[in-house]
Design a protein around this ligand. Structure first.
Ligand code: PLP
Length: 389
């Protein structure tokens, strides 16, 4: 197979060499347990706390407002469960129809346990009506959980305005920033979120590590109970190497976030314009004005996204036909369904997502390879041929 062109960075990113370099000593030499009494282990507590400081800086937050977790899914679950347990008298949660399964699954589970969950709709561009949010908040609303940016479409929600409304109504606001972290500036001094989730493997740190920002003073019951780690807010022996890696990845993202964002947006736009010019009956899904710089979601009418992916795969091109966590099932994307995208377009939808390691040559190669693939598949498609008559 030719060299891989990896355009599936919303699913996961490669570990940056700078990140791997700082991690390796914690596997090879410094393998102790940070909770140990002896110096060999105990000294690692400094490494964990330095990493915590690096993560805090990405958020413009205080070190003691960051706990390490095993990733985005745990951070999201911990935020939801941690707040609900702290407010047992409140039985209502507000979220959106387009959240990641790491939010939607626990919410559905909580409905079975007697909670009311409001799933806010989005319009055909994937946008939220924030007045609807204002109306949805009731006296027993414990938590509003709304993502920063969508993993499938890249649509960025107006989280500052959302936070202001939630705080005005006296509720707790959790924001899943797994896809936004490292790509957009995040400042906890201006974002009125009480809890924010991030995941290492979406920003060039390894899989299996993440963090949760918990604003000072937020009522929170630990989701994972055990030892006294993370100041008693998350039990379990620390994943020291992973945490050190996440800290370095945050530092890396901070150092060139603005220039990298512009570069990735340039690559994304080059691919998008090229695709729209070369391939008829193609649509971009979602609000192009408020999107992550590195995400593009397009639909090629009358053909199956999975068939396109398999063909691209033959050329070593990696993309996705929906969220990584839901691919494997052929269920049409719940995000595109919520936006009212016609079924024929949902089935032919592909997500390309970029990272700091993608190049213009790669984009140009995709622009050479993709149009003949679409033409070939459409030639075989009865729907396409019928529609031409
Ligand atoms: N939230 C969002 C928006 C995501 O995109 C993902 C992963 O795709 C997650 C949560 C889950 O993160 P993790 O894979 O670290 O558990």
């Amino acid at each position: 197979m030719s060299k891989v062109i990896y355009l599936d960075n919303n699913a996961t990113t490669p570990v940056a060499p700078e990140v791997l370099d700082v991690m390796l000593p914690y596997y090879r030499e410094f393998y102790g347990n940070p909770s140990s009494m002896h110096t060999f282990g105990g000294q690692l507590a400094h490494a964990v706390n330095d990493a915590r400081a690096q993560v805090a800086e990405l958020f413009h937050a205080r070190e003691n407002e960051i706990i390490f977790t095993s990733g985005g899914t745990e951070s999201d679950n911990a935020a939801i469960r941690g707040v609900l347990e702290a407010f047992p008298e409140k039985r209502h949660i507000i979220t959106t129809r387009v959240e990641h399964p790491a939010i939607l699954s626990p919410c559905r589970h909580l409905e079975h346990q007697g909670y009311r969950v409001t799933y806010l709709p989005v319009d055909d561009q994937g946008r939220l009506d924030i007045e609807m949010l204002r109306e949805a908040i009731k006296s027993d609303t414990a938590l509003v959980s709304i993502m920063y940016a969508n993993n499938e479409t890249g649509i960025v929600f107006p989280v500052k305005k959302i936070g202001a409304i939630v705080k005005e109504k006296g509720c707790v606001f959790h924001c899943d920033a797994v896809q936004a972290a490292g790509k957009l500036d995040m400042d906890m001094q201006t974002l009125a979120a009480d809890l924010v989730s991030i995941s290492g493997h979406k920003l060039h740190a390894p899989k299996g590590v993440g963090a949760l920002f918990i604003r000072r003073g937020t009522r929170f019951v630990p989701f994972i109970m055990g030892g006294h780690q993370e100041n008693g807010r998350r039990g379990g022996t620390e994943n020291v190497a992973g945490q050190v890696g996440l800290g370095r990845a945050c530092e890396l993202a901070m150092s060139d976030c603005r220039t990298e964002t512009l570069r990735m947006a340039g690559l994304r736009d080059r691919l998008e314009q090229g695709v729209l010019e070369r391939i008829p009956e193609t649509r971009v899904n979602g609000d192009v004005e408020h999107r992550l710089p590195a995400t593009m979601n397009v639909s090629f009418a009358y053909i199956e996204g999975e068939a396109i992916l398999l063909k691209l795969n033959e050329f070593g091109i990696c993309a996705s036909s929906g969220s990584a966590c839901t691919s494997g099932s052929l269920e049409p994307s719940h995000v595109l369904r919520a936006m009212g995208v016609p079924f024929t377009d949902i089935h032919g939808s592909i997500r390309f997502s970029f990272s700091r390691y993608n190049t213009q040559e790669e984009v140009d190669r995709v622009l050479e390879i993709l149009p003949p693939i679409i033409a070939e598949l459409r030639d075989m498609s009865p729907f396409w041929n019928q529609r031409k008559k």
